[in-house]
Design a protein around this ligand. Structure first.
Ligand code: FAD
Ligand code: NAI
Length: 515
């Protein structure tokens, strides 16, 4: 008789077959999603008598709202100067070409096309909001302008999700000489400038002093943006520039300047120490308790607090300066704050109540970085707020529909037309549903954790675990970081492109050509 394979072998065979099935399933699902994306079902125009809901911005908050919203319930108008959603967590990777910028952009037209009812989109900046007349003014600031480039949009309901701008604290020279890291254009500018510094440093007969300056990359702000960028930059040099331009590589240096006593102040102590130690190993120079006071085209002037309490002024020459010192309020938000008396004490954005209604108004909501709801200005908060508003608005529309139907049935019963027992039963059912729909709890943020990439294929994570917190750092955390951000990417298209970019930069190195 033929010998039978052992139990282990049989189990492994089954596991192998199952893995085939799951890979086939994944491929099949991906193909289905791609097909579905390319063949959206026809849309219909919403009833013009419905309320006009204007949404400002196409960032984390507004797009989460759009995703959740049943657009057939409102006449939805989206206004934003950016006709795409940007997946900001992977933006630092675009500065060095680890990821190409288009891989983390999702066109708003594609997002809106997949809604059941059509919504309008205008590529424009909202320049002012008049809460008394209930209109917003919009301006087309793009290069090509038509005969009309400025107009007004009336609203019944308004959601403000315009995010924040870069904080400079009025420090002289920052706007003129540094790069920010908030938008795609910023990442492209940094990518070009890094290579410009490298090529200029490699120029014939360049003085040693000038090579040192050009190869000195200074990052101001030790928050997650500054830390992630510094890590990406060091990787770029270690993995690519060193091989391609070896003659200047020993002079390359990254310095991270932070005003507080440590970097990543929002992470746990253990992860702060881990990050600082990893940076030391990577040869990234961290200058804490150092406040930048002035910036010129070639130097940064900072005040260092010494351990004995004295302060010293230092001048640091740089080739590239990246400014990442957090958020400031946008002009449109500041302007609205001055128009609403209840906002007179608000400083860091629009004060909102627990349903995200802008205090002092009835029909304006604010979400994300421009709202002050007691949470940190993060993508996680903004998307949960957008999601909450989506549910709230869907419920508000359902409430109105149910109430209208109840009124209709009651009046039929009063005039004695139709079957009154049937109508009474339907009213009872609708009232029961209404009680459930109306029982919307106030917004509560659920923190899933914080993640940051710190270079050399290491990441740190402060994640919520059961009822506690898990702080971890290292290469396994880096794999977790990658898979978490991959799963959070907006679309399958984004996910596929990001994976291809990672593979491409690993296999062929980052592209150092300067466009
Ligand atoms: P945004 O996403 O900034 O969107 C604002 C939108 O409003 C944009 O579409 C903009 O074009 C539009 N807009 C601006 N002005 C106007 C106007 N006048 N009229 C109409 N529209 C306007 N958070 C995390 O939780 N995890 C991370 O890993 C993370 N990584 C980050 C990495 C970087 C490099 C940066 C810069 C931020 C990161 N954040 C992260 C923070 C996160 O990106 C923000 O908190 C989030 O983008 C806020 O969402 P928002 O919708 O309020 O604003
Ligand atoms: P931030 O506000 O978190 O950090 C800015 C840092 O700059 C602060 O530590 C501050 O002390 C320092 N600073 C300010 N002025 C200075 C000066 N003159 N000289 C030297 N240092 C100065 O800003 P960041 O990193 O841009 O983040 C903004 C928001 O986005 C935060 O809420 C952050 O949590 C979130 N974010 C989250 C990420 C993640 O979770 N991986 C990544 C990037 C941003």
């Amino acid at each position: 008789p033929k010998p039978k394979p052992g139990k282990l072998r049989r189990t492994l065979r089954w596991a192998w077959r199952l893995s085939y099935l799951s890979v086939a399933g994944l491929v099949g699902y991906t193909l289905y999603v791609i097909y579905d994306d390319r063949h959206p079902v026809p849309q219909f125009e919403p009833d013009p008598s419905k309320k006009t809901l204007v949404i400002l911005g196409t960032g984390w908050g507004s797009v989460a709202l759009l995703k959740k919203l049943d657009t057939e319930n409102y006449n939805v108008v989206v206004v934003s100067p950016r006709n795409y959603f940007l997946f900001t967590p992977l933006l630092p990777s675009c500065t060095t070409g680890t990821i190409e910028h288009r891989s983390i952009m999702e066109p708003v037209r594609a997002i809106l096309r997949h809604k059941r009812a059509a919504a309008k989109y205008y590529e424009a900046d909202a320049s002012s909001i008049d809460p008394d007349r209930k209109v917003i003014r919009i301006v087309d600031n793009s290069e090509i302008k038509g005969a009309t480039s400025e107009t007004e949009i009336p609203y019944d309901m308004l959601v403000i999700g315009v995010g924040a701008e870069n904080a400079t604290f009025g420090i002289p020279g920052v706007r003129e000489h540094s790069c920010f890291l908030k938008e795609i254009g910023d990442a492209q500018q940094i990518r070009k400038k890094i290579m410009d510094c490298v090529e200029t440093a490699a120029f014939k007969d360049q003085s040693q002093e000038e090579v040192d300056r050009l190869m000195h990359m200074v990052v101001v702000g030790g928050g997650p943006t500054g830390v992630e960028f510094a890590g990406e930059l060091q990787d770029f040099f270690d993995e690519d520039i060193k091989k391609l331009v070896p003659e200047i590589s020993p002079r390359f240096k990254v310095t991270l300047i932070e005003a507080l006593p440590n970097v990543l102040p929002s992470f746990s102590k253990q992860l702060i120490d881990y990050t600082e130690n990893t940076f030391r190993e990577e040869k990234i120079d961290i200058k804490t308790k150092t406040v930048v006071k002035r910036v010129t085209d070639k130097t940064v002037e900072a005040e260092v607090s010494r351990p004995d309490g004295t302060k010293e002024r230092v001048v640091i020459p740089y080739g590239l300066l990246v400014w990442a010192t957090g958020n400031a309020v946008r002009p449109i938000v500041k302007d609205l704050m001055t128009r609403i008396p209840a906002q007179k004490d608000a400083r860091r954005g629009l004060a909102v109540n627990e349903y995200l209604v802008v205090q002092g108004t009835r029909d304006i909501w604010a979400i994300g970085d421009c709202a002050v709801a007691g949470y940190a200005p993060t993508a996680q908060v903004a998307s949960q707020e957008g999601n909450f508003l989506g549910r709230l608005f869907n419920n508000m529309a359902k409430t109105e529909d149910h109430e209208a139907r109840i009124r209709e049935l009651s009046s039929k019963m009063n005039i004695g037309s139709g079957n009154s027992a049937e109508a009474a039963a339907e009213i009872e059912k609708l009232e029961k549903q209404l009680r459930r729909i109306k029982d919307i709890k106030p917004f509560r943020y659920s923190h899933q954790g914080s993640l940051a990439y710190i270079g050399s294929e290491k990441a740190v994570a402060d994640v919520s675990w059961w009822n506690g917190n898990l702080a971890t750092g290292g290469s396994m955390t880096y794999l977790f970081w990658r898979s978490a951000y991959l799963s959070m990417c907006f679309s399958t298209r984004n996910r596929v492109l990001v994976i291809l970019d990672w593979l491409k930069s690993k296999a062929f190195g980052r592209d150092v050509s300067r466009e």
